[in-house]
Design a protein around this ligand. Structure first.
Ligand code: NAP
Length: 488
């Protein structure tokens, strides 16, 4: 039977949007466009260019399964290498010609069975299906610190690094102790006159060996893909992934001992000054916040041109940062490594589905979607890495591939003419949310009482609250009874 011709709009040409492009082509969809607001692909890897940027998950796991990269320079390769990987893969799979750059979408409305999209340029497009691949962490979170605008030096967010500002001979303050702040300190210690790290909450630091891969190893990975897969899935790696998940879901709190003991040993053995060591000692459960993997943070913070500032920030003044003990720390540059608003997704796009339902009204309390992918009243609108989607520390690239496998089955139904509209039913979403929130309240992110970007405005963890295997099982095939289908 002849297939229906379906027009697909993908929003965003980051890791997930490129994946969508590759998979659409592979499945023979040739009427699609990827709208990208910037002038290059890459998403996170295009926007973040701060010194020390690396992946915080192992590089060989941070690739598409169908496009491994035997040439990563190390376990945690630098950001520009990852950007090159995405640009290269995009070109190799012929996706670039489907991308419209500098094309930001303002709104999308479902009218008479199709999505009508308005671009900022004034242009319009009409599509049968919209795939939102807009990323999770891309709206900078600017902290509510008094006097931010009073600073006379240079101040910028880590994801908006100003490369015109020279660092040599400067006094730099970095606020924030997530992966970003830790990576910046590691990169800049000794490269500036002074680098101060403002640490409100000390983090557990997991040691990691980031020795570069030798040419010999890379050659063996190039010549033997099976050797690469085997190197990725060593027993040690699989055991640690399993144990990590068990701690998050609190199925086996004995497993927490391994993480705590390893991080504790790292702290005790790496930091020689007992006073500094105490200042760096976390007081929360490991994994209660996203665990930081770093080969060199403790070495960096002990550099003679680096300093830890554990005192709370009172305010920012013209010349620097005033801390709670009354001291003014004179600075030339302040970097806000203060993370992202993790609840934005496609916003500020205005999206209106059937019956006049808007995204803002559906998400009034919190962002939600059935299995992170589909929403009632938003037929044929699907998300990659949508709300409550991240699974533990697993790379989002792997998550997106599984989600695509699921979405592709809905696209096939539409293309086969089985129906013209598919979205999760309101009942299915509410039942899913109930189960999800109940499970989320049992995770270490909730029980541990930490603050982190994993929590929504009401303090409910907004990540996948079950284990990875359950996620993979759920992504195998849609349960069609959970979907409303129109035009059958
Ligand atoms: P983050 O983990 O959300 O950390 C934000 C930091 O800013 C926290 O230490 C927080 O302190 C601090 N902070 C916020 N407001 C503050 C204030 N008013 N005063 C003092 N400190 C304040 O952000 P991130 O480091 O950018 O990382 C976000 C996520 O991005 C990571 O978890 C990771 O998933 C991803 N990431 C990935 C990579 C990679 O793979 N390349 C690299 C970096 C980041 P509190 O802890 O006290 O709240």
């Amino acid at each position: 039977m002849a297939k229906r011709s379906i027009r697909v709009v993908v929003i965003g040409a980051g890791m997930a949007g490129i994946l969508a492009g590759i998979k659409l082509r592979e499945a023979g969809f040739d009427d699609f466009v990827i709208y990208e607001k910037a002038d290059r692909v890459g998403g996170t890897w295009r926007e973040n260019t701060y010194p020390g940027l690396t992946c915080d998950t192992p590089s060989h796991h941070y690739t598409y399964t169908f496009e491994r990269n035997p040439d990563w320079s190390s376990y945690l390769p630098p950001g520009p290498e990852i950007q090159d990987y995405f640009e290269g893969t995009c070109a190799k799979y012929g996706v670039d010609k489907f991308i419209r750059f500098n094309a930001e979408i303002d709104s999308a409305e479902f009218v008479e069975g199709r999505w009508h999209l308005h671009l900022q340029s004034g242009e319009r497009d009409v599509a049968d299906v919209v795939i939102a691949a807009t990323g999770v962490l891309h709206h900078p979170s600017v902290p509510d610190i008094k006097g931010l605008e009073d600073f006379r030096g240079k101040l910028f967010h880590s994801s908006r690094w100003d490369h015109n500002v020279p660092l040599e001979g400067k006094r730099i303050g970095v606020i924030g102790t997530g992966s970003t702040g830790v990576q910046i300190i590691s990169a800049l210690a000794g490269k500036a006159e002074l680098i101060e790290h403002y640490v409100r909450t000390p983090q557990w630091i997991m040691p990691v060996d980031n020795t570069p891969y030798s040419e010999e190893m890379r050659k063996s990975f190039r010549e033997d893909p099976a050797a690469l897969e085997a190197a990725m899935k060593t027993e040690e790696y699989l055991a640690s992934v399993n144990s990590y998940t068990q701690v998050i879901t609190r199925e086996n709190m004995d497993a927490a001992q391994f993480w705590k003991a390893t991080c504790l040993q790292n702290l005790e053995e790496s930091v020689t000054d007992p006073v500094l060591r105490e200042k760096l000692r976390p007081d929360h459960e490991p994994l209660c916040k996203r665990l930081i993997f770093s080969p060199d943070y403790y070495q960096a913070i002990q550099h003679p041109q680096a300093a830890l500032v554990p005192e709370q920030i009172e305010r920012i003044e013209a010349d620097g940062i005033r801390t709670g003990d009354g001291q003014l720390h004179k600075l030339d540059i302040i970097v806000l490594a203060t993370g992202f608003k993790a609840d934005q997704f496609m916003r500020p796009m205005q999206i209106t589905g059937t019956n006049g339902v808007t995204l803002e009204s559906l998400w009034e309390r919190r962002p939600k979607a059935y299995l992170a992918i589909s929403m009632p009243d938003f037929p044929n609108f699907y998300m990659l890495n949508g709300p409550n989607g991240p699974v533990g520390n697993f790379p989002l690239i792997d998550i997106a591939e599984h989600q695509w496998h699921y979405i592709a089955q809905m696209l096939e139904k539409l293309r086969n003419g089985d129906c013209t509209g598919i979205c999760a039913s309101a009942e299915a979403l509410e039942a899913f949310e109930e189960r999800r929130i109940e499970a989320a309240k049992k995770t270490v992110w909730f029980v541990g009482g930490c603050k982190s970007w994993y929590l929504d405005a009401e303090g409910i963890p907004s990540s996948w609250p079950w284990d990875y295997n359950r996620f993979v099982a759920e992504m195998q095939q849609p349960k069609w009874v959970d979907f409303d289908m129109t035009g059958t």
